[in-house]
Design a protein around this ligand. Sequence first.
Ligand SMILES: [Zn+2]
Length: 270
Amino acid sequence: MNKILRGVIKYNKNVADRVKFVSDMEKVTKQLVQPKSVFVSCMDCRVLPSKFVSSKIGEIYFLRNAGNMVPHYDAYIAGSISSEGGGLELGCITNKIRNVVVCGHSDCKAAYALFDIRNKCDHTHYLHNSPLRTWVALHGVRTVDKFSQLYPDNVEHPEVFDSTEPMVFPVNLGGQDIDAIIDPENKFCIQDKFSQLHCLEQASHVKTYPMLREHLISGDLHIHAMWFDVYTGNVYMFSPSRRTFILVDDNSIETLLQDAAEYGTQAADD
Ligand SMILES: [Zn+2]
């Protein structure tokens, strides 16, 4: 706790910053600032979204958990309650936010844990000895199912991962069905490719919530996927028109903004 408490002391002593901080919060309280996005990311200590999207107070609702999970709405029907649905309601319904971003990352220990149990992805088995594996198995089961459809024999024959052929993963983020191409340049290890696939799958779960349906159909709610590389600090965003994650920089930003405006209508049924 020493680091945390010393941090509070440092915060208290920086009077000018604190005055600005309180003033910025007051603007949000008085609704002078409208938050723009709900941002779902992993809780990993290297992943600081406010840093790499340069956000300020009042702009983004952050939802963080192990493995940037967005539980599929079917999990609620089955009686499994988690905070993510509540967070989506708080952001998108209570605060009328119309952008949801789901962000994965490289070297994600939660995604790696899911990858490791892909041949026995049964949350009931892990219930008592590993809440983490239970969590990722419960809400990552669709990631595993789709990955296993791509590589049916991957557990017995992991050499299939030596292929340089890009992984093609069907996804729908609330608009058109897209065959996403994972890591076309073959830059990442299989676990990080899996993490990108997992990020897209979790982003696709946002559209399963009935409370969001009318906004998806009318086209005023948009779902996006990002991916952060902890080794380089690079930020990638999924481009529906390019069908892959592309580096966010001056060269790509117009394409990504155009994508964000054009995609995200005609909600699918699943
Ligand atoms: Zn992670």
